[in-house]
Design a protein around this ligand. Structure first.
Ligand code: PAF
Length: 279
């Protein structure tokens, strides 16, 4: 496993990828957990070469968000990655990614402005910009991303397609703790009571799926049942929506591919989760 710390080194490598080899890329912000590692594993199984990037992207954090406290542990991350068949770990600096007088931003209209985009203005502009830069630098064939960030995957798929990039996204399933909590680096902010409360997201999903399996298709009923679980756990609903999986537009009647997607504040921690309603 080789560490790459400069953009020049990364470009020199990626310009010479062999045409007959598949290059897999796993972009991360570090503080790796089993969710990230499942993406790394998928890449090593499907690709000849795997590159993981670790970069806490400042431009996707709002002014009042957790950029300064975002968990970091590079030593542990590298240790974890060394047990997989990772070929390269790309660790650019913020100064290299966003040099002085940086001016170019990627905006994926519409789909970036709903759900998390409405609550976190500018977030997907930061994500799309950094991912386009990373894809240009790494030049991968496949990019492995977790479905926990369902909207992120939808935004980035749109960007790759709209900008005619050859890289394709491989969406990978959400990895959960044994009690149902979707894995996230931000789970480290939870402890004791808030860790218990955080289960309300997966419980709300479970309830909606249960009602769906009993034949209920009216979104109002699903929404009411899911909201009750969040409120009963003293958590704060940012949004709960039932959407079309590609357009992310809300639906009124649930169908087999309808995605339930929610963001909830537990104490000071904002958590997200989602699932397809049909089991
Ligand atoms: O999902 C993440 O960790 C980040 O949004 C990503 C894709 C690495 C871009 O900074």
């Amino acid at each position: 496993m080789q560490l790459i710390q400069t953009l020049q080194e990364m470009q020199a490598l990626s310009q010479n990828w062999q045409k007959d080899k598949t290059i897999g890329f796993v972009p991360t912000m570090g503080f790796l957990h089993e969710g990230h590692l499942s993406l790394v594993e998928a890449s090593t199984l499907q690709c000849d070469t795997t590159i993981v990037s670790i970069f806490i992207n400042p431009s996707q954090f709002g002014a009042n968000e957790d950029l300064s406290s975002y968990p970091r542990n590079m030593e542990r991350d590298l240790q974890l990655l060394s047990s997989y068949k990772v070929d390269y770990v790309f660790i650019p600096t913020a100064e290299d990614i966003y040099p002085q007088f940086y001016r170019t931003w990627v905006n994926v209209e519409g789909i970036s402005e709903v759900l998390c985009g409405a609550s976190r203005p500018g977030h997907f502009r930061g994500v799309a910009t950094v991912v386009l830069k990373l894809v240009n630098l790494v030049n991968p064939d496949l990019m492995f991303m977790g479905e926990k960030d369902f909207q992120q995957v939808a935004v980035l798929k749109t960007m790759l397609s709209d900008l005619n990039l050859h890289c394709k996204i491989v969406p990978c399933p959400i990895i959960r703790e044994a009690d149902g909590l979707a894995m996230s680096s931000r789970n480290t902010y939870l402890s004791g009571e808030t860790r218990q409360q955080a289960l309300c997201l997966s419980k709300a999903i479970h309830k909606a799926k249960q009602l769906y399996s009993q034949g209920i298709r009216d979104i109002k009923i699903l929404l009411q049942a899911a909201s009750k679980i969040i409120v009963d756990n003293n958590a704060e609903i940012d949004y709960i929506q039932f959407v079309h999986p590609e357009t992310l537009l809300p639906v009124e009647i649930a169908e087999t591919d309808t995605r339930m997607i929610l963001a909830v504040k537990v104490g000071k921690t904002r958590l997200i989760d989602n699932a397809q309603l049909r089991a």
